[in-house]
Unconditional design. Structure first.
Length: 117
């Protein structure tokens, strides 16, 4: 989802549900070999008749290859090294609902073609 589509989605949500609380977080994850992968999460929270909803967009470099490093020891454990694109990105949208009992966000499983705001 490019920036224009993301902004259009946010505008649609704001028109339908009112004020949005927007946030952004940058963090670093690592593959099994210790290589850093820079990630970013943009999200909005809003209230609906179903309760609090959070729509998140996760952005990271596109994985163009995986290199598997096997260990011949008795554990048989292997490690995965990700080869990342320097100029392409991958973005994923996830939707969460606030669970009042657990006091945490619970991911809602929904197909992208069924997602309507």
């Amino acid at each position: 989802m490019n920036e224009e589509k993301w902004e259009n989605l946010l505008d649609t949500i704001e028109i339908k549900f009112g004020k949005l609380e927007r946030r952004n977080k940058k963090f670093v994850s690592t593959d099994d070999m210790g290589n850093e992968i820079k990630n970013e999460e943009d999200w909005v929270e809003f209230k609906t008749e179903l309760g609090r909803i959070k729509v998140s967009r996760f952005t990271r470099p596109l994985i163009i290859d995986k290199k598997y490093h096997y260990n011949r020891s008795s554990t048989g454990m292997g490690q995965v090294e990700y080869v990342l694109s320097e100029d392409e990105i991958s973005q994923k949208i996830k939707i969460f609902k606030w669970d009042e009992i657990e006091r945490d966000w619970e991911e809602i499983s929904i197909k992208p073609e069924e997602m309507k705001f």
